[in-house]
Design a protein around this ligand. Structure first.
Ligand code: HXC
Length: 499
């Protein structure tokens, strides 16, 4: 049964730097825990001579086993059997194992390595994909779904990963695209390779499709195992709790990480690693829209989702990609009972025609919506700037944050001093003898009024003003006191998030 398409094809698979399907399964699951389902299933097509070759399993291994002691379901395509192509029975096997994962409340992982729809089976193949997409959608928000692209994934086949929560790819040996280089050349005249069209780098940095790209099969599967450790098995459970670990870096240093000059950049990772349990920050999509960071971490052993503006890139502005990236993450955390910690230092939404034409209104609305809709514990730390719509958007009290703290130098205002003064005192500045001097004076006045969190705190929109070095202890206290939070929302079929 483990011979797939035969020794020669298995060797060809290894020669490409890929593991075979069974090597992947053995690596992924705890030793001796994997149970295959449907290993004898064969296709039943007689088109184009297919009846002469009916390998058991039909090119996909399905089953379940334990990953670090927890139940996980898998469908792993075998490229050595008909190029891993998906026909009627191959599709049915995947659909069946997905049903089992949903019914038993355990994560579903797919290892994609396939030439796509099995051309000879026609509608049987298309039906197979349709059944899978249907279940991907049904399972969304019920069990975590992870796609691992370990070879070709082309045409409509990309839409299963497209629906799932996380997409891991393997560098150099995997690619994803709707239409391949040949078709593109014919239709548009563009010349691209598989890699420059849909390789790991493209999807990690440009399209935002990939959550992670590993250097080889093992690294990528190890990443998936680690990811699973932050997640519950289903939407009715909480993630496993681990032992607490003090941050590796001295948290007292936090008092000096954020420059007091609001125009100076810094890296929010420096803050995160001083807040969360040592070695637990697990970043996602790190190379896409780096002006916002998203990732899991643990605080006192409890899984949390961390969203942070990163002033190192685009001054931490929210743009189209950052908004969509963070919104999807917030919704994942909310669906799976993972509390949210939001670290705010945001000068606003990124201005410009590029952003407006690309729909910053629609995309920014996603993040507002996602935060407002989330009912998990929502804790917010305002580190420095928090201006305008972006202030509201970054999990402010007004969107239902449970606890909001601010560091002493925080500025919460409609906009920064320069822009504000130019608008509200334009006539006065124009009339002044020393226009620059008067503008500076007015900027100082504005800064005195708004360059601190007192006004917001006096109105109850900030719960506490704390020193940066106190943040870990305070946030842990808040997290523990909100861990059993329950919030009933009005009955409805579903909302209509701006997509
Ligand atoms: C049937 C297929 C197949 C397919 C590969 N094979 N893809 N058989 N249907 N879609 C078979 C090959 O005939 C070959 O069989 C074996 O798998 C290995 O394929 P090779 O071409 O020898 O491998 P390689 O050179 O590594 O090239 C891999 C490949 C190429 C780039 C993936 O096979 C390819 O371009 N395949 C077609 C891709 C495609 O256009 N798929 C349809 C996409 S549209 P033998 O017996 O000779 O070894 C789609 C619609 C889905 O998927 C719609 C869902 C909504």
């Amino acid at each position: 049964m483990r011979l797939g398409g035969g020794e020669k094809r298995l060797e060809a698979q290894r020669a490409k730097g890929k593991l075979t399907v069974w090597e992947r399964i053995d690596y992924f699951f705890d030793a001796d825990t994997f149970e295959e389902v449907g290993g004898f299933i064969q296709h039943r097509s007689t088109n184009f001579g297919l009846e002469k070759n009916r390998p058991p399993g039909d090119g996909v291994v399905t089953g379940f086993g334990l990953v670090n002691g927890r139940l996980v379901y898998i469908a792993a395509q075998d490229f050595t059997v008909s190029g891993g192509s998906l026909g009627e029975m191959h599709g049915r096997k995947i659909a069946k194992i997905m049903d089992m994962a949903i019914d038993n409340g355990a994560p579903m992982v797919t290892l994609n390595d396939s030439g796509g729809a099995r051309i000879q089976e026609g509608i049987g193949s298309l039906c197979g994909y349709g059944e899978i997409f249907f279940r991907n959608t049904k399972a969304s928000g019920v069990i975590p779904q992870i796609s691992v692209i370990m070879g070709p994934c082309a045409g409509g086949a990309v839409y299963s990963p497209g629906i799932t929560d996380f997409v891991a790819m393997v560098a150099d040996t995997s690619y994803m695209f709707i239409t391949g280089p040949e078709v593109i050349k014919t239709v548009t005249g563009e010349e691209v390779t598989k890699d420059t069209l849909g390789g790991g780098d493209v999807h990690l940095k440009r399209s935002g499709v990939a959550t992670y790209v590993g250097e080889d099969d093992e690294t990528t599967l190890a990443w998936v195992k680690l990811l699973l450790s932050y997640l519950p098995s289903n939407n009715e459970e909480a993630p496993d709790r681990f032992g607490a670990r003090e941050p590796r870096v001295d948290k007292a240093e936090l008092d000096h990480v954020v420059p007091s000059n609001p125009n100076k950049g810094y890296d929010v990772h420096e803050v995160i690693e001083r807040l969360v349990d040592a070695g637990t920050y697990f970043e996602l999509q790190d190379k896409f829209a780096p002006n916002i960071t998203i990732g899991f971490a643990r605080l006192d052993g409890i899984s949390i989702g961390v969203v942070g503006n990163n002033p190192r890139h685009l001054a931490g502005c929210l743009d189209v990609d950052a908004s969509a990236k963070a919104a999807r993450f917030v919704r994942f955390c909310d669906a799976f009972n993972i509390p949210l910690l939001t670290l705010v230092d945001v000068p606003g939404f990124l201005p410009g025609t590029d952003q407006e034409y690309n729909g910053i209104i629609r995309h920014g609305a996603k993040l507002l919506y996602a935060y407002a809709e989330a009912t998990v514990p929502k804790l917010t730390v305002v580190m420095r700037k928090s201006y305008g719509g972006a202030y509201i958007c970054m999990c402010s009290k007004h969107l239902g944050a449970d606890m909001v703290v601010a560091w002493p130098g925080s500025e919460i205002a409609v906009m920064g001093p320069k822009g504000a003064v130019n608008i509200i005192f334009r006539k006065e500045i124009m009339a002044a003898e020393d226009q620059d001097g008067r503008a500076k004076e007015l900027e100082c006045e504005y800064t005195d009024k708004f360059a601190n969190p007192q006004l917001a705190a006096s109105m109850g929109y900030i719960d506490n003003v704390i020193e940066p070095s106190e943040t870990r202890a305070v946030v842990i206290k808040y997290l523990k006191s909100h861990i059993n939070k329950r919030q009933i929302t009005p009955r409805r079929k579903h909302g209509n998030i701006p997509l």
